[in-house]
Design a protein around this ligand. Structure first.
Ligand code: ADP
Ligand code: AMP
Length: 221
C-alpha cells in the first residue's frame, strides 16, 4: 500500500516517513528534500525553486509533477511526503499511479494549527539525510549535532515566523482542499491520525493503519 502523507508544515510527516522507511522499507519521496538538494546543487530547477521556497510559496505544478513522474520510475512501496499539495498535483498523481496499476491511501495528520509554529521554530535538520530533530520534543543526543553522522544540524531558512505564516496560509488555501478530494464518498481513501500525540504514539497509530491495510476497503475518517 502506498501512502500519501497529508497535513500542514510541521505536522510530523517527514518524521514519521523516515521512521516507517527504516522499519518497513518504504521509500520516502519528500519533494521538499528533493527541491532543497536541487537548490544546494544549483540545478536549473533549484535556481527556479529557491526564491519561491524562501517566500513560502509553492513551486509550479508542472515542475513538481515531472519530478514525481521521474521518482515513480524507481521501484518500491512509497510514502509521498509533501506531495501532492494542490488538486492539480493530486489529479496528476492519480493518473500516474493508474498507469502503473497502483494506488495510494491518503493519511491526514490532524493537528491544531497553533502547535505548528513551536514545532517549526524548534526544528533542526541534518541536511544530507533530511533527518529532523526538535530542540524540545525530539532533541539530538548532543545539541546541534546529528546522532547518526556527527555532522552539524541547521535550521531551515523558511522556518522563521513570517515565512511559516505564509506557508500555513498557502496550506489552508491550496492544500487543505485535498482533504475533500481524498474523502470523496464515491471513492473514500482518506484515513486520519492524531498528530498532536507524541512522536511514538503517532507511529503506533500509523503501524496500526498499515497492519489493518488502511483504505483497502475504503477506510473513512
Ligand atoms: P513536516 O514534515 O510535516 O513538515 P516534521 O516531521 O519535520 O514536519 O516535524 C516538524 C518538527 O516537529 C520537527 O522538529 C519534529 O522533530 C517535531 N515533531 C514531529 N512530530 C512531532 C510530534 N508528534 N510531537 C512533537 N513534535 C513533533
Ligand atoms: P517541505 O519540505 O515539504 O516543507 O517543503 C518546503 C518547500 O518546498 C515548500 O514551502 C514549497 O515551496 C516547496 N514544495 C515542496 N513540495 C512541493 C509541492 N508538492 N508543490 C509545490 N511546492 C513544493
Amino acid at each position: 500500500m502506498n501512502l500519501i502523507f497529508l497535513g500542514p508544515p510541521g505536522a510530523g510527516k517527514g518524521t514519521q516517513a523516515k521512521i516507517l522507511a527504516d522499519r518497513f522499507g518504504y521509500r520516502q519521496i519528500s519533494t521538499g528534500d528533493i527541491l532543497r538538494a536541487n537548490v544546494r546543487e544549483g540545478t536549473p530547477l533549484g535556481l527556479e525553486a529557491k526564491p519561491i521556497m524562501a517566500s513560502g510559496g509553492l513551486v509550479p505544478d508542472d515542475l513538481m509533477i515531472r519530478m514525481i513522474e521521474r521518482e515513480l520510475e524507481k521501484p518500491g512501496r512509497l510514502i509521498f511526503d509533501g506531495f501532492p499539495r494542490t488538486v492539480a498535483q493530486a489529479e496528476a498523481l492519480d493518473a500516474l499511479l493508474a498507469r502503473k496499476h497502483a494506488s495510494a491511501v491518503a493519511v491526514l495528520f490532524a493537528v491544531d494549527l497553533n502547535v505548528l509554529l513551536e514545532r517549526l521554530i524548534g526544528r533542526w535538520t541534518h541536511v544530507a539525510s533530511g533527518r529532523t530533530y526538535h530542540q524540545k520534543f525530539a532533541p539530538p543526543k548532543t545539541a546541534g549535532i546529528d546522532d547518526v553522522t556527527g555532522e552539524p544540524l541547521v535550521q531551515r531558512p523558511d522556518d522563521k515566523e513570517e515565512t511559516i505564516r505564509t506557508r500555513l496560509a498557502v496550506y489552508k488555501d491550496q492544500t487543505a482542499p485535498l482533504i475533500g478530494y481524498y474523502d470523496n464518498p464515491a471513492d473514500p481513501r482518506l484515513v486520519m491520525v492524531d498528530a498532536l500525540a507524541p512522536i511514538d504514539a503517532v507511529t503506533a497509530q500509523l503501524v496500526g493503519l498499515i497492519n489493518e491495510g488502511a483504505g483497502a476497503g475504503g477506510a473513512r475518517v
